[in-house]
Design a protein around this ligand. Structure first.
Ligand code: UDP
Length: 380
């Protein structure tokens, strides 16, 4: 069959690879001049440092199938994400762990003592936290919340943590030991030459045509048996119901000699410091040596119509709007929506990959059974 895939991030590239393997003819339309979506990386011409153009992407997963899939596409180098944060002129360890707690409260507690200590500070009257703030107050109490989460979250999301869903904070663990691995996942690593070679490999099949700097015109859908759309779902409908809100990021790049901050990611928790974090990209490839260094100060702001969407906001207003678009999408013939933008969800890379692999299986199965390909491959 003849398929158009809109977008060449993980969702689009995996679908292209899996469907072409079964003899289907694929055209990938990519608006930007490069493939890989927000995972795109390049080697800086002057320093040869691998840069993640759209901010740090650290690969981590518990999903063995996904890990095996990725490690067939590239060599994954051992990497453990250890993030630091600066709060009120002091540097602390993240995620909140025993080191953070002892340093913050100027104590030397054991895991058990710390757990009791924090339990005492935590709000026990919140049973089912409904917001980011309630989730934080229930688990770590007001002092740690204010020092590490409140300011950062306001900068990152542009709204009070009272309005944000608890799920955003649930991404981060709190530990009563000295484990400062940012992720709890079994597998973690960094692609030896960055992410772009993974996409080149996924899209390398004679049945796949990649058209970069090429915005798909909806009218051209008639030339294909089916269209897979991985761009923003409201774009497909020309924002007929209103615009779904995103946060976008700006980066200020600086070049320095030697080691700028001694770690890959330094968060800035205070609200009066305008950037949310500084990433020093050579530290994401600790197996390489570079005498110079590149740092990127990261700023978050509302996403305008010509900006790149990063984080779906998903407050009550957006959820309602999303429901309208889901209804419209279900009425479309021969179009499926997938991925972070296609389904308007905050997705990590491994979940995106897993969903794209599943979508490919569903599509191939539907073709065999001569049944219609669904509008979505996930439940909302
Ligand atoms: N967060 C925070 N302080 C930090 C790190 C994270 O308040 O130092 C909050 C913030 O709201 C953020 C969320 O926790 O959006 C999830 O953090 P994560 O590091 O997973 O964000 P990402 O790397 O996806 O931007």
């Amino acid at each position: 069959m003849k398929f158009a895939i809109i977008g060449s991030g993980f969702s689009g590239a995996i679908l292209a690879q899996e469907l072409s393997k079964h003899g289907h003819d694929i055209t990938v339309y990519e608006e930007r001049e490069h493939v890989g979506g927000n995972c795109y990386s390049y080697r800086d011409k002057d320093t040869n440092i691998i840069v993640h153009k759209y901010g740090p992407h650290i690969f981590h997963t518990d999903n063995q199938e996904v890990w095996e899939y990725v490690t067939k596409l590239t060599e994954m180098m051992p990497y453990v994400n250890r993030v630091k944060t600066t709060s009120d002129n002091q540097v602390y360890s993240l995620p909140i762990n025993l080191h953070t707690i002892n340093q913050f409260f100027n104590k030397s507690m054991s895991p058990k003592d710390a757990e009791l200590f924090i339990k005492d500070k935590a709000r026990d009257d919140i049973h089912e936290p409904k917001s980011f703030e309630e989730q934080a107050l229930k688990f770590i109490g007001e002092d740690l919340y204010k020092a590490f989460f409140e300011g950062y979250t306001k900068k990152q999301w542009g709204v009070s943590p009272k309005e944000l869903p608890a799920s955003i904070l649930k991404r981060l663990p709190v530990r009563f030991n000295y484990d400062d691995n940012y992720f709890n996942h079994k597998y973690q690593g960094m692609p030896i030459n960055g992410y772009t070679p993974i996409f080149n490999k996924l899209l390398d099949n004679e049945l796949i045509t990649v058209k970069t700097s090429n915005k798909f015109d909806k009218k051209d859908s008639v030339n294909f048996d089916h269209v897979f759309f991985t761009g923003p779902i409201d774009d497909w409908f020309s924002h007929s119901e209103g615009k779904l809100g995103y946060r976008t990021l700006d980066f200020i790049e600086e070049k320095h000699e030697g080691d700028y901050q001694g770690c890959a990611v330094m968060n800035y928790a205070d609200q009066n410091i305008k950037h949310t974090r500084i990433s020093e990209h050579k530290h994401f490839s600790p197996w390489e040596e570079h005498s110079e260094t590149l740092i990127f100060k990261e700023f978050s702001r509302p996403c305008g119509s010509s900006d790149i969407p990063y984080y779906p906001i998903r407050l009550v207003k957006e959820q309602k709007l999303l429901e309208k678009y889901i209804e419209l999408a279900k009425k479309e013939d021969n179009v499926s929506f997938l991925g972070r933008l296609g389904t308007y969800r905050y997705l990590d890379m491994d979940v995106t990959i897993s969903e794209a692999l599943n979508a490919s299986k569903v599509v191939l199965d539907k073709i065999t059974k001569k049944e219609a390909i669904p509008s979505f491959f996930v439940e909302f």
